[in-house]
Design a protein around this ligand. Sequence first.
Ligand code: CFM
Length: 541
Amino acid sequence: MAINQEVLDEMLLPYPDKVQKNRTKHIVRKNPEEGCQQIEANTRTVPGIISQRGCCYAGCKGVVVGPIKDMITITHGPVGCAYYSWGTRRNKARADDITPPEQIYGAMCFVTDMQEPDIVFGGEKKLAKMIDEVVEMFHPRAVNVCATCPIGLIGDDLGAVTKKATEKHGIPVLAYNCEGYKGVSQSAGHHIANNILMENVIGSGDAEKNPSEFVLNLLGEYNIGGDSWEIERILHDIGYRVQGVLTGDSSVEEMKNMHIANLNLVMCHRSINYIAEMMEEKYGIPWLKINFIGVEAIKKSLRDIAQVTGDETFIRRTEEVIAREEARVLPVIEHYRKICTGKTAFAFVGGSRSHHYQYLLKDLGMEVVVAGYEFAHRDDYEGRSVIPTIKTDADSKNIPELDIKPDPELYKEAHEHLNLTKEKFDEICSRVPLGNYEGMYPDMNGGTLMIDDCNHYEAEQLVKELKPDLFFAGVRDKYIAQKMGVPAKQLHSYDYSGPYAGFNGAMNFARDVANALTTPAWKFIIPPWEKESENKGDINA
Ligand code: CFM
């Protein structure tokens, strides 16, 4: 469904000139005649606009380090920052051979609870005491300390406190200077978390690789609603070993030895591309962008992985698993596809799902008419080829870039990791997009919309004008659509459902979408624009 330019003009009209100019650059209506069109992204939100973005601390603590199940993560700051970043993301964890149940801390919330006197006189002593207490009480394998805005403002030296604590307790105590105000969104927090984990955890173990195994890491997968368990089920079934996941249901013990992998799989490019690149530079491990959302996307990803191994057994086993899973799930999906086909969707999520879910929606015969990201960078929209042309502004310069060098002992050429000859590796690279990511733009239809940092007002206008059949977003924005009579589904936490990844996930998703589209509840809501206003009169009356 193509979108009229008039709809966009009308949406932008009430803005002051400067804001109009700014927002125009964040909105692209795809013109298939042109090459990839440029979009502005990862720049500051206009003050006063109700953005759906989160903060740097949210990206570091909530997204990347929070799910590591056997590390205690302390929020150094006010209790509200800790409380509202606790227990809401549905990143699941369970005990296994490596991690006993008493060493899983996700159900607990740790915070220094900074009060006024601490802000005035400094919170370092309080933090040191808290680290002592958690080590004494819980005996964790490692501790994270994440800074909130006031910590940066008062200048507490997190690094000094955690260094002393590391020496005192003999376990890694890691400092993340991820004050909420850094960067322009949670994206800055991803980068900071990537840096600290790369410097202090990954590669610090001494495991030896079993040469007969093909070892994968799954990067940028957070086990929301059990997604990574379903992905791992499929990979194990084919015969791969998964050394570590960043960071869904992950353990610091597994993460330490992620350098033994043959290949890194990258699910969410936005949050983890830094580690994928740094591991390539330091250890030579190649990375492959994959997507386990939607049957066709899963099949392509599995076949790409098998191709990279260059091994006939994996290639054959991949086809066997695909055939078996398809026979099981496709009839169920077909049942729901009949309900979903021809419907339109609006997808506005963080930095990778608005693209990933387009494959699954396509499987169901649905069209995405608007897709947007809260905090993606231009490469997430336009593909990695634009990276050299992205301007680094003051906000991005705020985030340190690590100077990574090849490890003198562990570095190997990519083809050696894969146990391939250079010729065979080069031949595979011509078929499989190792180290590349195309972005969302190529998968959008002509005339549809890509929108960056879509705000509350714009979401409301677009839903009103385009009347999509389904609105996919988060808890902050779903009620806007629902109040307008449009069913909404959370693509961050899946409401209470999931997994949505893998073959089982595709079935769950098809069922939930068909339910949303057929529930009679929405027929009982009269959208405000079709109602006679009850609030007649004006403010001065
Ligand atoms: Fe990656 Fe994510 Fe996402 Fe993200 Fe997120 Fe998330 Fe997300 Mo919510 S890491 S960018 S910061 S896929 S929490 S699991 S759903 S906004 S699209």
